[in-house]
Design a protein around this ligand. Sequence first.
Ligand code: SF4
Ligand code: SF4
Length: 283
Amino acid sequence: MKITIASGKGGTGKTTLSSNLTSYLASLGEKVVLVDLDVEEPNSALFLDAKLVYSKVSNKMIPKWDATDCTLCGKCEEVCNFNAILQLPEEIRVFGELCHSCYACSELCPTSSLPMVPTKIGIINEYQSKLFSMVEGRLDLGQEMAIPLIAQTIKYVNEKFSNTLKIYDAPPGTSCPVIEASRYSDFVILITEATPFGLNDLKLAVETMKVLNKKMGVVINRYGIGDDRVERYCQDKSIPIITKIKNDKEVAKLYSNGELIYEKIEHFKNSLDEIITFIGGLK
Ligand code: SF4
Ligand code: SF4
C-alpha cells in the first residue's frame, strides 16, 4: 500500500506527520518505508537518527547537439513541444532544464545530430534507522525539473521495497511535482490547518486530487486555532476528517529540536493511532 501525505502549502506539518507516522508504525512492527519526495528540500532525514547506506546518481536524458552533419533544417525546434530547442543562424541550442526527455527531436532528426545523453539532475539516498528505511530524492542546486527525480525515486523504492507500506512525503503545493508524488498512491492524506489560508490551500489540493481520482482524507493540524470552516468544507464534500492534532507549543518545541513527537506527547500519539486505524480500514 502507498500513502501520500500532501498539503496545499508548506509549513503545515507534513514532514512532522510523515516521519512520526512512519516511525510509530515501524515501532508497532509494521514493514514500512518513508519516502521523501520533496526533492527540492528533502528534510525527513533531519528528524531521524538514520545512517546513509546507499547513494545513487539520478540522470535525465537530454539531447546533445552534434554539429558535424546537421543541416540546420529546423525539424528539431519544430517538434519540441516544450521550447527546449532553439535554432540560431549557425547552431542548435538545447535548454536542458526545459527538456522533458521525450526523444522526439533525437529520433526525428534526419542526420542523427541530437543523440540523447545522460545528465545528472540529483541523487537518490537511502538511509537506515533502527526500525525502518528512508529514501529521499535530492535535486541538484539550480535544477528545476523535479518530476524525473520524483519518478526515479518512486521506481527505486518500488524495486527495493516490495511488500512494504510506503509513506510518501510529497512536495508542498498543487503543481506537477505533487501530482507525480500522488498519482501512484492508493490514498492521499491532506494535512491542513483550520485557518482561512489553510482552507484555501486545502480546496486547491482537493481539486487536484479529484482530477487524479484519488481517495483522500484530511488531518487538521494545530486544531484549536482558527474556526470550523475546514470541518464544514470537508462535511460538504464528504471528505473524511481522519484526526485533529491539537495545537500544542510542546509539539513545535520537539519539532524544532528534531525529536520524534509521539514518544513524548500522548495526544499526538492518539492522533497517529486514529490515522493507523483509518489506514487499517483501507486495506
Ligand atoms: S533536426 Fe537535426 S539536422 Fe535538423 S536542425 Fe535539428 S539537429 Fe540539425
Ligand atoms: S527530448 Fe523532447 S523535450 Fe527534450 S528537447 Fe527533444 S523534443 Fe524537446
